[in-house]
Write a protein that binds this ligand. Structure first.
Ligand SMILES: Cc1cc2nc3c(=O)[nH]c(=O)nc-3n(C[C@H](O)[C@H](O)[C@H](O)COP(=O)(O)O)c2cc1C
Length: 261
């Protein structure tokens, strides 16, 4: 198995960096591991005209048109082409990052914006189970500052799985078999005013569970997304089909008398 481990964290001595070392150690036992360390590479996450010196249209930057044109001409930006080559070689894409503002750090969002190029990574015909990355698996490893109890559907932080949904859906959109994410809650340094030893124990337990989950990756379920054929020409579910993977499976029924906004 060839793995591509993508890490989006600015600090080489962070807890995420510790997880990265665990992931490299475990994944290397199954085959090769390549690493995309977005901060260390100074990856530019902002898609813009300057990345395309030979554009289709110099007057107006149409992002998808320029991505497709560059793909067809073989003139994709060098950093994007490099990431795409790594992706092509990978059987498993693992994205490791901290939850920042209920989503991925901008660095990672920008990697998707720029590397999942229109015309190369997807088109209207090549999506979901027909996507370019079909046969490959994708896994998110996410550290969350808040404790698990606050991050469920009834928790004050909201459901972390829902916050990650745009990312999970994007991975499926380009064809990946998307595994249930690895979520590590309550990840913060021991605080002076709290039980430091208890927090250190918690961090160690979480790292141990992370290692075990990676060692048992074959057992990890994937999210049961709908197939392309489940949707009709207008993009809605065909009669008799149901949404296989709702973003919020535990959604409560609206209270009686309430109206949908
Ligand atoms: C910009 C920023 C935004 C954050 N947003 C959230 C958040 O939305 N929810 C949360 O539980 N923790 C949040 N945190 C806390 C981080 O998730 C937490 O510090 C990190 O996962 C710990 O891993 P690290 O030590 O490797 O950085 C945020 C931290 C930063 C710096």
């Amino acid at each position: 198995m060839n793995s591509l481990l993508l890490i989006a964290h600015p600090e080489p001595d962070s807890y995420n960096a510790q997880l990265r070392r665990i992931a490299m150690d475990v994944l290397a036992r199954h085959g090769t591991v390549e690493v995309s360390d977005l901060y260390a590479q100074a990856f530019d996450p902002a898609e813009r005209a300057a990345h395309y010196p030979r554009p289709l249209d110099r007057r107006r930057f149409d992002t998808q048109a320029e991505q497709r044109h560059a793909c067809e001409q073989g003139s994709l930006p060098e950093d994007v082409a490099g990431e795409l080559s790594r992706l092509r070689r990978a059987d498993l894409l693992m994205l490791q990052f901290p939850l920042w503002w209920f989503g991925a750090p901008a660095m990672l969002k920008g990697w998707i914006d720029r590397v999942f190029v229109y015309g190369g990574m997807y088109s209207s015909r090549r999506r979901f189970d027909r996507g370019v990355c079909r046969g490959k698996r994708a896994l998110l490893g996410v550290t969350v500052g808040s404790p698990a109890a606050r991050c469920g559907a009834d928790g004050i932080e909201g459901d972390t799985r829902v916050h990650l949904w745009p990312l999970l859906y994007s991975l499926r959109y380009v064809g990946f078999d998307v595994l249930e994410p690895l979520l590590l809650f309550g990840i913060h340094p021991p605080r002076a005013d709290s039980d430091g030893a208890g927090q250190r124990r918690h961090l160690q337990q979480q790292a141990d569970a992370y290692r075990r989950a990676l060692e048992d990756l074959r057992q990890r379920p994937s999210i049961a997304f709908n197939a392309q054929d489940d949707w009709d020409a207008s993009g809605c579910l065909r009669d008799g089909r149901r949404v296989l993977a709702p973003a919020w499976p535990h959604a409560a029924a609206p209270a009686s008398g309430s109206t949908a906004a």
